[in-house]
Design a binder for this molecule. Structure first.
Ligand code: 4NP
Length: 177
């Protein structure tokens, strides 16, 4: 599987990723918790920051939806979260902003070099949306978790090259020699 290229960080050696959905209590918090966990496991937590927000402000300050939290807990994650609302400053503060669906992407101003869909990085169904599970049953949260786990694995695999592009190039040059 080829590793996707991420935009280079604004500040060399540090990478900030923001995850965006509508309410910031279901999809983007689940992705936030899983991505932080994977970043930590990869030994990258000193240089990679992860946070999440919603384009709507209804749930600001709330913990995540109890079904989202239960799904994460059952899979071994710690579902710590407080909801925040998107602000245009996120576009300047983050190296990469990933929206869960097309409406979320449109609401933050659409695609740019640093803004796209979360599932652009999903090796299965690349470029799809993460469906909103809020009004559905528990199976929707399981489906979100599968997409999130796959996509976070691909994202974390791509981070070392973005964090130190020259050493990665040197390594691939050595491997090809
Ligand atoms: P999320 O799901 O965008 O994945 O957090 C939703 C949560 C709350 C609402 C909509 C979607 N709501 O309308 O309150």
């Amino acid at each position: 599987m080829s590793t996707p290229a991420l935009p280079l960080p604004r500040e060399p050696g540090r990478y900030r990723i923001g995850l965006v959905c509508l309410g910031n209590i279901c999809r983007s918090p689940m992705a936030d918790v899983v991505l932080r966990t994977r970043v930590d496991e990869a030994g990258l937590s000193a240089s990679v920051a992860v946070d999440s927000c919603g384009t709507g402000g209804w749930h600001v300050g709330d913990p995540m939806d109890r079904r989202a939290a239960a799904t994460l807990t059952a899979a071994g994650y710690d579902p710590v979260h407080r909801a925040q609302q998107f602000d245009p400053s996120w576009l300047d503060d983050h190296d990469l902003l990933l929206a869960m669906d097309g409406a979320n992407l449109a609401d933050i101003g659409g695609r740019s070099d640093r803004v796209g869909l979360f599932r652009d990085l999903d090796p299965v169904g690349t470029g799809g949306e993460v469906p909103d599970p809020y009004y559905g049953g528990d199976s929707g949260f399981e489906e979100v978790l599968s997409m999130v786990e796959r996509t976070c694995a691909a994202l974390v695999a791509a981070l070392p090259a973005a964090l130190s592009p020259s050493s990665e190039h040197e390594r691939s040059d050595r491997e090809q020699a």
